[in-house]
Ligand binder design. Structure first.
Ligand code: MTE
Ligand code: MO
Length: 412
């Protein structure tokens, strides 16, 4: 199969599943049919070492995140901090590091760059090797503007659509940020370890307590903008965002962007972890099981929009600029429409440059705001023609809520 085909979510998921099933069956001497039965009975994941996520040990909340996260900037959700969208009102293109959301499966790892090493190994490379921090800083580098967005961003809105809460942190829309990321193309490092043409999957692993790791196909690993990042908005990568080094996988779900990376496994075989079999997969009536994963593995983020306004907040009556941002994991935004009257009419918002693919576009609309209660709507269309729908199919873990959000505000 050609590499690019694997960038398609369905093709990737199915290809990997088939390979895995065959390999397991062959190795274990069981028939493919028997293997599928086992997997369906839940034995599949248990048969593969270390697939189940361990629970994070209890920590004092103050110990979970290093940077200050005052309530004016952030909503607190356990070990995570959600950016409040009103802090972006009238700001520039990027989210300053101090305001960038934090999503930690356990807690921020405190690493020392002097002793830190990056190990690149596995059947997909000829010469496994280690890199020091200085060696990484000495490699060719690039800077790109891209978003990082949690797959669970918008999860809380499943409740309004379905009357049930999806499992996981109840984010509104603040689990996203755009920054200028500076680092070394992952390709440069893989090449220096003697990347084999037969390499299939690349799995970066974090040095945090849970060793968070998740594979990507080689085609994505070799993309020009898939980076090993050491600077964020021109500053040394902050601890909470993965110091000394994190992965940037543009357009893909947040968890692909492994923080505190210490090891990269390159394999000629499909790779699996808890984060592409147990979580960050789609489980629900509309999705098929995909052994050893419980459902199709997520790849790209979808199309979303947010107003630069407080949630359930107040706006002063009179002429104002209604502002927001829209983004897509699959390309530039081509159109944004806003409804002030509960979807009776839609107006086209003005898009403001820059409009960078897999980052976001800022937009605005003149509004002569009259006193009253409003439920504002924004819907974006990306360059592939994907428009935000009215409703998205249910999935138990509440990923990829891309439907139009009803944003309550009061004008006084
Ligand atoms: N090692 C490691 N990498 C990680 C995580 C983690 O818990 N551990 N969280 C992931 C998730 S789920 C998201 S959404 C992004 C969040 O990046 P940020 O905290 O820099 O905003 O990091 C990803 N990388
Ligand atoms: Mo995430």
């Amino acid at each position: 199969m050609r590499g690019e085909d694997l960038l398609d979510e369905q093709v990737y998921g199915q290809a990997r599943t088939d390979q895995f099933v065959h390999a397991q069956a062959r190795a274990a001497g069981v028939s493919r049919r028997r293997f599928l039965e086992l997997a369906a009975a839940g034995a599949g994941a248990a048969a593969i070492g270390g697939l189940r996520p361990r629970a994070a040990s209890a920590q004092a909340p103050s110990d979970l995140i290093v940077k200050p996260t005052p309530p004016e900037f952030f909503n607190e959700l356990g070990s995570n901090r959600e950016m409040r969208w009103e802090v972006m009102y009238s700001r520039g293109y990027v989210v300053p590091n101090e305001l960038f959301f934090v999503r930690n499966h356990s807690r921020t790892a405190r690493l020392d760059a002097a002793t830190w090493r990056l190990r690149v190994e596995g059947s997909g490379v000829e010469e496994p090797r280690e890199f020091t921090y200085d060696e990484i800083l000495g490699l060719p580098s690039v800077s790109v503007m891209r978003f990082i967005e949690c797959a669970g961003n918008g999860r809380s809105f499943f409740e309004a659509s379905y009357g049930n809460k999806a499992q996981g942190g109840q984010w509104k829309l603040g689990a996203i940020g755009v920054a200028e990321w500076t680092g070394v193309p992952l390709r440069e490092v893989l090449d220096r370890a003697g990347l084999r043409r037969s390499a299939q999957d690349v799995m970066p692993e974090g040095l945090d307590e849970l060793k968070v790791r998740r594979p990507m196909p080689i085609a994505k690993a070799l993309a020009d903008d898939t980076l090993l990042v050491y600077a964020m908005n021109g500053q040394t990568l902050p601890m909470d965002h993965g110091f000394p080094l994190r992965v940037l996988v543009p357009g893909w779900i947040g968890v692909a962007n492994i923080k505190w990376v210490g090891r990269i496994e390159v394999s000629e075989q499909p790779l699996f972890s808890a984060w592409n079999t147990e979580s960050y997969i789609l489980v629900g009536p509309q999705y098929k099981r995909n052994p050893p994963a419980k459902g199709p593995a997520l790849t790209h983020q979808n199309v979303k929009s947010a107003f630069e306004l407080p949630w359930n907040g107040e706006v002063l009556a009179g002429r104002t600029l209604l502002r927001g941002r829209s983004w897509s994991g699959e390309g530039k935004i081509s159109k944004v429409e806003v409804s002030l009257d509960r979807e009776i009419t839609w107006q086209t918002a003005r898009l403001r440059e820059p409009n960078i693919p897999r980052a976001w576009v800022r937009w605005d609309l003149d509004w002569d705001a009259q006193p009253g209660d409003y439920s504002l709507r924004a819907r974006a269309t990306d360059e592939r023609g994907t428009r935000q729908p009215v409703i998205v199919p249910w999935n138990d873990q509440g990923y990829l809520y891309g439907a139009v959000v009803k944003h309550p505000v009061t004008v006084r």
